[in-house]
Design a protein around this ligand. Structure first.
Ligand code: AVJ
Length: 315
């Protein structure tokens, strides 16, 4: 297993420090995914109120052969943010295509190990890259051969980026690919606000634990002094931006220190840390974003009940 390591802890410390000092205060959502955070996310995927994963897996299982059609000869896959690897297994099991090499990219080593062990028996070779999407995209070309490659960017991970950043990421993906390659993009669609809020503020409070875990992680890895009971999970719909936002709201006046960068932050009661945005899309908007990034017209598979779309863009 190939592991990339830029100085992850130093980057984490610098990002935490800069974003906590911003107005409004923020924390980058990519730091949710340490071993515990990735496990909590896997639990979220099983919640009845969070339908993204089930809807997407069902689309993958039903349409795998169609999604991988046009590939009569062996191909390679690469997945940005593979998590547990469950979706790759679904695609490989139902696709009927011959996949030689799979490149796995994820921030969490625990997730990578799990994905690696699930996917390895089904293909010839697995390359695992621990790092950000940017790290992974920079490495993918060096780890491939002449075979066509399908890049997977699933689970509505694209929803964590604001629209300009999502467009920029799609362009980067497009530039990483070559003619004959493809991108399979999973994106959650706009739906009634009540359904969205239940998905991000579930009655079992698993999402609240997932959200607060970022503070636990700062405490453990950077010498933070966050009181985990001093921050409340809050999810809201921002209709103007068409995104669900997650926040951690300080329940009292309190001072928090982070030893790694020697900062001290005073929170007012009710002051929030914005931890995540999950942008929601319309099907046509996804096609337009792909076209703007330089892809050809996409083919879509939509779950009309859960309101989730898979789109295949060819290069
Ligand atoms: C994995 C980023 C797609 O935004 O829906 C789940 C993460 N956050 N519940 C999402 C998440 C709260 C998820 N993504």
């Amino acid at each position: 297993m190939v592991i990339l390591d830029s100085d992850a802890r130093a980057l984490f410390a610098a990002d935490v420090t800069a974003s906590l000092q911003r107005t409004p205060r923020e924390l980058p959502s990519k730091y949710f995914y340490d071993a515990l955070g990735s496990s909590l996310f896997e639990a979220i995927c099983q919640l009845p109120w969070y339908r993204i994963t089930r809807a997407e897996s069902a689309l993958l299982a039903t349409h795998a052969a169609d999604i991988l059609s046009t590939y009569d000869d062996p191909l390679d896959l690469a997945e940005l943010g593979c998590g547990s690897g469950n979706k790759l297994v679904t695609l490989l099991a139902h696709g009927g295509a011959s996949v030689l090499r799979v490149q796995l990219i994820d921030l969490s080593r625990a997730a990578l190990e799990m994905a690696h062990s699930q996917v390895a028996p089904l293909v010839v070779e697995v390359v695992a890259l621990a790092g950000t999407y940017e790290d992974g995209l920079a490495r993918v070309p060096a780890n491939r051969d002449e075979r066509p490659l399908m890049m997977l960017f699933l689970g509505s991970n694209i929803g964590n980026f604001d629209r300009p950043a999502a467009d920029a990421l799609l362009s980067t993906i497009r530039r990483t690919l070559r003619p004959g390659d493809a991108l399979l993009l999973g994106a959650d669609l706009t739906k009634p606000v009540h359904d969205l809020l239940l998905a991000y503020d579930d009655p079992l409070q698993v999402t609240a634990a997932f959200n607060r875990n970022i503070l636990r992680r700062i405490n453990d890895e950077l010498g933070g002094t966050f009181a985990l009971d001093g921050f409340a999970h809050h999810a809201c719909w921002n209709g103007r931006e068409r995104r669900v936002e997650m926040h951690l709201v300080s329940t009292r006046r309190q001072v928090v220190r982070v030893a790694a960068t020697d900062i001290e932050i005073a929170f007012e009661s009710g002051e929030s840390i914005w931890t995540e945005s999950s942008y929601k899309y319309d099907p046509e908007e996804i096609l337009a974003a792909g076209a703007a990034a330089g892809f050809g017209r996409g083919r879509q598979w939509i779950d009309p009940l859960a309101r989730f779309a898979l789109t295949r863009f060819d290069v």
